[in-house]
Design a protein around this ligand. Structure first.
Ligand code: USQ
Length: 385
């Protein structure tokens, strides 16, 4: 298939591009490289140095004989560029990761909120128009987030809710209660995409993904130019990745508040598997399909306990600190999110075992000297910005 990976320079985008290319698909990457700029604004550097996208793609061709086409440009500010890429490449599937992915970044202040929502929402709108114009049959696999739902006091369904109201029934998008301007941007995307499916007949799979952890995929370990952008800082790092870096460096784990916050989690290997399953089994024309993309639920306290236990086995005492929560979120709550659609399609999950944590621990230890301790403590507060 011809598969366009938008945001193909990122933590998930680059491994996804290599994954599809290694399976023999015709892959193109589109990226504005703006994530590297956002990281630079905060002095955040990936734990393991990341090569330029051109070096990555050239190295990939040398190592495998497979070409990945590269389009550098901004889909949110230059719709003509995007129109041109869609027209020329004629993708059968578009995997859309090209968004600002950090909740803290979006809460840093007005400019950061506006930049997040402008970049994410307008980029997705431009994609919709580009497809309607010249590739209406292409299947969009869009990276959404479990955070769109928030933590409601009822079971979370996969995207849609069947309701009975005053004796009548209908099917509506599940009510959303997101916890940051970033998560809200994905809610706006979902609404816009559902509209485009209903009115124009586009085909979309919205992946409501949980929190991803992991550093390695079979392709990222092939060459130093193929490593992915792994973050541990308080702006771009996700919780388990951060905890392991903290533990290796003897920094007390930064559990925010009581630590009863519960989320869905998945290994980066399962992101690849889920995206592949979605691409291989496209939504119908006019269908807006939602999959909850995670394999296990954990509370933050559960994760801290796992990291502490693995550290003990490796001879390192891990201290768990409960620091004042910089976010506004429930710290003890009901959480039961359905996630059976990918299992029904054949997902073989890579679960979070002590061995998985120990393997990540070892990779982090080898790069320990590059950790900037000053980037670890959170200083973006939801209330103050
Ligand atoms: N947390 C801590 N300590 C930390 C970091 C985080 O207790 O040092 C807590 C947070 O308060 C939150 C939970 O861990 O309750 C998850 O935080 P996170 O920073 O790992 O993840 P989040 O901000 O929710 O965002 C991440 C990705 C985002 C993706 C989302 C999936 O950055 O792109 O959409 O995970 S989900 O959380 O399911 O919405």
């Amino acid at each position: 298939m011809r598969i366009l990976i938008m945001g193909g320079d990122g933590y998930l985008g680059w491994p996804t591009a290599m994954h599809f290319s290694s399976k023999g698909h015709d892959v193109a990457i589109l990226d504005s490289l703006v994530k590297r700029y956002w990281e630079a604004e905060f002095g955040a550097e990936p734990l393991i140095p990341v090569s330029s996208i051109q070096t990555r793609v050239r190295g990939w061709e040398r190592a495998t004989g497979r070409k990945i086409q590269l389009y550098i440009g901004d889909i949110s500010t230059n719709h003509r560029f995007l129109y041109d890429v869609i027209e020329r490449f004629q993708p059968e599937a578009v995997v859309h990761y090209a968004e600002q992915p950090s909740a803290p970044y979006s809460m840093f202040g007005r400019e950061y909120c506006v930049e997040t929502q402008r970049n994410n929402v307008v980029g997705t709108l431009n994609l919709m128009f580009a497809l309607q114009r010249s590739a209406p049959d292409a299947h969009v696999v869009k990276l959404g987030t479990m955070g769109e739902y928030g933590t409601p006091n009822i079971d979370i369904e996969e995207g849609w809710l069947d309701i009975t109201h005053n004796g009548r029934q209908d099917r509506v998008l599940f009510p959303k209660k997101p916890g940051s301007f970033y998560h809200l941007s994905k809610v706006h995307d979902s609404n816009n995409l559902e509209f485009a499916c209903r009115i124009w007949g586009l085909r979309v799979t919205d992946l409501n993904q949980g929190v991803v952890y992991g550093i390695e995929t079979p392709q990222t370990t092939m060459d130093k130019d193929f490593v992915t952008s792994f973050h541990y800082d308080a702006v771009f790092g996700t919780v388990l990745n951060r905890f392991i870096v903290q533990a290796v460096n003897g920094i007390p784990l930064t559990v925010y508040g009581k630590g009863g916050q519960t989320r869905g989690f998945l290994n980066i290997l399962d992101t690849l598997q889920c995206v592949e399953l979605a691409v291989e089994n496209p939504a119908d024309r006019g269908e807006f399909r939602v999959f909850n993309q995670f394999t296990e639920q954990f509370s933050i306290n559960d994760l801290a306990a796992i990291v502490q236990r693995v550290g003990k086995g490796l001879g390192q005492d891990v201290v768990v600190d409960h620091i004042a929560n910089p976010r506004v979120e429930l710290e003890e709550h009901y959480y039961n999110a359905k996630h059976s659609k990918f299992s029904d399609m054949g997902l073989q999950p890579h679960l979070l075992t002590d061995d998985v944590v120990a393997r990540m621990w070892e990779t982090v230890r080898q790069n320990q000297a590059r950790v900037h301790h000053s980037l670890v403590q959170p200083d973006i507060k939801w209330k103050q910005g």
